[in-house]
Design a protein around this ligand. Structure first.
Ligand code: SF4
Length: 263
């Protein structure tokens, strides 16, 4: 819904009433969403929770609109679907926003509303951003008129921004180095990819896709993802290895080698 509002700022009405439109979208989502496997659960007394959510959204998006670098942006694509062929595999996804800058270069923005932004190392190695960069160069994007088009933006002409929307929510109290009412800093966390990095990415994702096609999903434990993981109960112990054939286990061993080399 946040993405939809940002898209509407740039394509329909920059000054739209955020709270009113957000409540409309929430209502649509609740009653008409086709994502039946992702229901929205509310506590019994839902109004205070919704009011708090709406207040946060208004703060984030009012301050988004307050920035010259957003208001003056030349947005060329919003919520645009893409397809990208890497070896024998086809990847698809949706890019939140692409802007063309005054110098002819481009910026791809990925809007996030999670509590904490990742660190710079994560941004520099994350597969999602690597695939976005490759898609802007070699993939095809769906344009608003429904046609598909290659953007042919080489990686050295593309900056990628992890846009941490929560940095627009002002501090509620004074603290060390900040006052109540201050925003939390620049929400734009920058990264980019080089041509060499994209070469390595292709080998990496090819190896991962081969694993997936064989039904092999190596664990990816982490202090942030595991505590919040809905699958942790079935991930523990040897249970998954028990479910694999000798052939699949052999595949893991042979595929891990190229993955390590690629890394
Ligand atoms: S517990 Fe979840 S997040 Fe952690 S490794 Fe297993 S599947 Fe991945």
């Amino acid at each position: 819904m946040l993405h939809r509002l940002i898209e509407e700022f740039h394509t329909v009405n920059w000054s739209l009433d955020i709270a009113e439109r957000y409540r409309e979208l929430m209502d649509d989502e609740e009653h008409h969403s086709d994502e039946s496997d992702v229901p929205i659960y509310w506590k019994e007394d839902r109004e205070p929770t919704i009011d708090k959510l709406v207040d946060e959204v208004v703060e984030m998006l009012e301050n988004y609109r307050g920035k010259d670098y957003n208001r003056d942006a030349n947005v060329i694509l919003s919520e645009s679907k893409f397809m990208l062929k890497v070896g024998r595999n086809v990847f698809s996804g949706t890019v939140d926003q692409i802007r063309q800058n005054d110098n002819g270069e481009f910026t791809l923005l990925d809007f996030k509303s999670s509590k904490f932004p990742p660190n710079q190392t994560f941004l520099d190695v994350d597969y999602q951003f690597g695939l976005y960069s490759l898609a802007c160069w070699k993939g095809v994007f769906k344009l608003p008129d429904g046609t598909m088009k290659m953007l042919e933006i080489p990686p050295d002409k593309l900056r990628i921004v992890y846009y941490h929307l929560r940095d627009h929510i002002p501090y509620k109290r004074n603290g060390k180095g900040f006052q109540a009412g201050d925003e939390r800093g620049d929400p734009r966390k920058f990264t980019s990819r080089t041509r060499d990095q994209l070469k390595v990415l292709k080998r990496d994702v090819g190896a991962i896709a081969s694993n997936i096609n064989r039904g092999v999903f190596p664990r990816n434990p982490g202090t942030i993802n595991c505590p919040a993981c809905a699958y942790s109960a079935i991930c523990i112990g040897d249970s998954r290895i028990d479910g694999l054939s000798a052939h699949q286990i052999k595949s893991i061993e042979t595929l891990n080698l190229p993955m390590e080399e690629a890394a």
